[in-house]
Design a protein around this ligand. Structure first.
Ligand code: BG6
Length: 493
């Protein structure tokens, strides 16, 4: 298959930051190494710090994991020579004019056809200003295309997100804006659609006649680490639920699109999000529970509680865990609960989806004297990548006994090494102009409106029992009670 080699200059705002170093530079390296970037590309790092091109290129070289540098055909020096640094003040118009001059020179040198990606990998308070100045100073006025990539958080509630959106929309049209949700770049999240829509055995069962409930878990073992300042304002609800969890839910719940174009897929996701049952501030507690980790044992190490962390209020009311029950009020899903659960400092790091099918109308077989186990389809998103189907089969010689078996598909280790990282996929998609795996404003708006009711309820009624789960556990007992009420339980992951 012929690989497309997009030509463009990538301008990274926040080029001295963590995201650029940990994710973006290594992803650009992999694209280069895998032949997806031709020699016609340039990266301009922009940040306040006064660095030279040489300093910057040294940072870039240091950010590439050694285990990836096994290809003698790729010379790290040649790769790094595509990187340039431009010290920058986001509020100073002269900075933009100088940047524009530099981009003009680089366009000629690297034959990038005046195609530009502006990647905002920095604190969100300047997103609006940067977008406005890029346009007013003519940086988007080129013969080629211009695209804006925006990292989360996209606002902190519906109102702030709307305001931010209006600011950037003055300078960029919706189809030039690429809002990142890195979960959409994960191989197995992209596979949700393939599993559903490319297998005749699942789609007929994918509804309230055959599915009892769907569980989406994204648990982490790490705590908030040095991100206390950000996390105090965000909490797990804004950090994980508004974006990653609701995006996975939309992909699981949406109707089949009429074709695989970004517009058609988005329109089905939006419909699913619109069908989510809204809550009122007074009944949020019937659907959502929150938690905050206390001290405990994480991976064999004693660790402190959230409130003892850096830049965290010792009486903080911020949640580090959320579990919720969502209902989708449409013909396909009426009556089927979607349970979500996410938290920090839990016992394992894993993202998994469990689809639990309904029980058979009567039990002819038993498993250890009990009813047989329901069929489950488990989609392993991370760290394992694969699918497991839980079935029941006969145990030799035991007439009425069945035993649970698993059909597993895991990507092999070799595949894993070659599996592109989420950011690599998303950067390449953006270079090709494919916005399928980015979030449209309509999805962002609906997600914030849903989440805002929960934040409002939790602001109004502060948690009285925080911290309410031990580090190294699977969250507070209220999370289990949420499913008990419906006669279900969380499947172990
Ligand atoms: C980020 C959150 O969006 O996702 C982090 O801000 C979280 O708090 C991370 O740790 C989880 O991503 P992943 O890919 O490790 O599951």
């Amino acid at each position: 298959m012929q690989v497309e080699n997009p030509k463009s200059i990538l301008v990274i705002f926040g080029a001295t930051g963590d995201l650029a170093n940990r994710k973006l530079f290594p992803s650009i390296y992999r694209l280069y190494k895998n032949g997806k970037l031709s020699e016609d590309f340039a990266v301009v790092g922009v940040a306040r710090r006064p660095l030279t091109n040489e300093n910057f290129r040294d940072n870039v070289k240091r950010s590439i994991p050694e285990k990836w540098q096994d290809n003698e055909a790729i010379d790290l020096e040649t790769f790094a020579s595509h990187f340039y640094y431009h010290p920058f003040d986001v509020t100073d118009l002269a900075s933009y004019q100088k940047l524009n001059d530099l981009l003009g020179t680089l366009d000629e040198k690297h034959h990038t056809e005046e195609n530009r990606i502006f990647y905002l990998a920095m604190a969100p308070n300047f997103f609006g200003t940067i977008a406005k100045n890029l346009k007013s100073e003519g940086l988007t006025d080129t013969k080629g295309w211009s695209r804006l990539v925006i990292e989360k958080p996209f606002g902190s509630d519906y109102e702030s997100a709307k305001q931010l959106n209006e600011e950037i929309r003055h300078a960029f049209t919706e189809d030039q804006i690429y809002r990142i949700d890195h979960y959409l770049g994960k191989e197995m999240v992209q596979n949700i659609e393939v599993i559903r829509f490319a297998n005749a055995i699942f789609e007929p069962l994918w509804n309230n006649q055959y599915i009892a409930n769907i569980q989406i878990t994204s648990s982490e073992t790490l705590g908030v680490e040095d991100r206390g300042r950000y996390y105090e304002k965000s909490g797990a609800l804004r950090d994980m639920v508004q974006n990653h969890m609701l995006q996975m839910l939309a992909l699981l719940a949406m109707e089949p699109p009429i074709k695989l174009s970004p517009d058609e897929i988005r329109s089905e996701k939006v419909k699913a999000l619109r069908a989510m049952r809204t809550m009122t501030v007074d009944n949020v507690d019937d659907y959502f529970v929150r938690g905050q980790y206390g001290p405990g044992l994480s991976q064999g190490q004693e660790v402190e509680g959230y409130r003892e962390g850096n830049s965290v209020d010792p009486e903080s009311n911020t949640e580090t865990f959320v579990a919720g029950k969502l209902l989708i009020d449409n013909f396909r899903w009426a009556g089927v609960p979607f349970y979500i659960r996410t938290g920090k400092r839990m016992s394992i790091k894993a993202t998994e989806i469990v689809v639990q099918f309904k029980d058979l109308p009567m039990n002819l077989y038993f498993n250890k004297g009990k009813d047989i186990q329901p069929n489950l389809l488990v989609i392993h998103i991370h760290p394992d990548e694969g699918v497991t189907l839980h079935l029941n089969a006969e145990k030799a010689g035991k007439g009425t006994t069945s035993t649970p078996i698993k059909l597993n598909y895991y990507t092999s280790n070799e595949d894993k090494i070659n599996t592109p990282e989420a950011y690599e996929v998303l950067l390449y998609d953006c270079m090709l102009g494919d916005s399928t795996n980015f979030t449209h404003w309509d999805e962002v708006a609906l997600s914030w409106k849903f989440v805002d009711t929960i934040s409002e309820a939790w602001e109004k009624n502060k948690a009285k029992n925080f911290p309410n789960y031990e580090s190294g556990s699977m969250g507070p007992k209220e999370a289990s009670a949420l499913l008990d009420k419906d006669g279900f339980h969380w499947w172990e992951i």
